[in-house]
Design a protein around this ligand. Structure first.
Ligand code: NOS
Ligand code: ZN
Length: 362
């Protein structure tokens, strides 16, 4: 018999995990979408939760980021009232806590939730309410913070940056840009990024997913990104020889030397075509070269996944064990946007002791 490859599911689920890249509007429960759509009159492509879940996964599995993003019309469409936002935020925390996530930064674009008449501040307040309810329901076993996203195809980044600063001591820990990458380079929002740097604030930029190295270069060297959303295309700046040796170009060297975190999302990357398959996902090479790699879900609904499932897939595909999982988790915790002392405490009091207990003497 073949030896079983991969960590057991229950161990992966029990392990304390850290999630830096997860979209609130990409993680709704299918049954909740159906209920909220009925309440608000939003027309869905399927009315049965299971059929709807399948619809999302298939529609998102197009090999194109632009087509993948079209599916969000049916999540954003039902997230237009304070009560809907609070519910979705609370359920998000409950689902992550049940999956063993101990710290998460959840992102969303406030500007997409104002069609029902909410102000931008009311969007953030409703979501904060849901996060607080969720954390309390989980007995404070999980800490959840917000990242505010501005949409690349819109022109509200500066306003959203202001909003993030207004909420900086009330749950919002960072800023991001998302949406179609080709044709919308990070420098388009340079005023927002310069403002945030002057405010000593943190931000990540989706880059190197639907477009290549120029996008990563702008995000890092023009805009000053603290982290990269995906960043998979950094492999275009790495030459791998037939003997397995790797030669890093200047940008790849910079990203590795500066320990710039890569928020990698394996299943999502295969769906949008950023990676050809799981087996060929650049995470393997980048982790072996000791880039600051982290593992994330991106959109749990569209990818029908969870953080445990992403780790499980990596374990099956590349043979990752507890040692690799701990390294990836500590990488993520080091890269979070909360203060250093809080990150340090979670590493030394929550993450390391759990692994130490299971890897004793190995
Ligand atoms: O992987 C991604 N790349 C780029 N944009 C994305 C991705 N996933 C979601 N969004 C976009 O971010 C918005 C706010 O959460 C979503 O509405 C979606 O349009
Ligand atoms: Zn994303």
């Amino acid at each position: 018999m073949e030896p079983t490859r991969g960590l057991p599911d229950d161990i992966v689920r029990a392990a304390p995990k850290v999630l830096l890249h997860d979209h609130l509007d990409g993680g709704l429960r299918p049954a909740t979408i159906v209920q909220l759509a009925a309440e608000s009159g939003h027309a869905l492509p399927e009315s049965d939760p299971e059929a709807l879940a399948t619809w999302f996964a298939q529609a998102a599995d197009s090999g194109s980021l632009e087509r993948y993003l079209e599916t969000f019309a049916h999540t954003v469409g039902v997230m237009q009232s304070a009560s809907a936002l609070t519910r979705v935020a609370r359920e998000c925390v409950e689902d992550l806590a049940a999956d063993g996530v101990v710290y998460a930064e959840i992102r969303y674009a406030p500007e997409l939730h104002v069609d029902g008449g909410l102000e931008l501040e009311e969007v953030v307040a409703a979501i904060q309410q849901g996060f607080e309810e969720g954390m309390a329901a989980a007995g404070e076993r999980i800490v959840v913070r917000h990242l505010l996203t501005a949409m690349r195809q819109a022109a509200r980044a500066r306003e959203i940056a202001d909003l993030a600063i207004e909420w900086r001591d009330r749950g919002v820990v960072g800023f991001d840009i998302a949406g179609p990458e080709a044709g919308y380079p990070p420098t388009r929002f340079i005023d927002a990024f310069e403002f945030l740097q002057r405010e000593n604030y943190h931000f990540t930029i989706h880059a190197g997913e639907g477009f290549g190295l120029p996008s990563i270069w702008e995000a890092v060297q023009w805009c000053g990104a603290d982290r990269l959303g995906h960043g998979v295309r950094i492999v275009d700046d790495i030459k791998v020889g037939e003997d397995g040796s790797a030669e890093l170009g200047r940008l790849a060297s910079y990203v590795r030397d500066k320990r710039i975190p890569l928020e990698m999302c394996p299943s999502s990357n295969v769906q949008t075509g950023a990676a050809p398959s799981l087996g060929e996902h650049p995470i393997k090479l980048l982790a072996s070269l000791r880039f600051r790699v982290t593992v994330n879900t991106d959109n749990r609904l569209m990818s029908r996944t969870s953080l445990s499932q992403e780790f499980g897939l990596l374990s099956e595909t590349f043979g990752y064990g507890l040692r690799e999982m701990e390294w990836l988790t500590v990488n993520a915790m080091k890269s979070a946007f909360i203060p250093y002392d809080e990150r340090y405490r979670m590493i030394t009091e929550t993450i390391k002791p759990w692994y130490a207990e299971r890897m004793d003497g190995s």
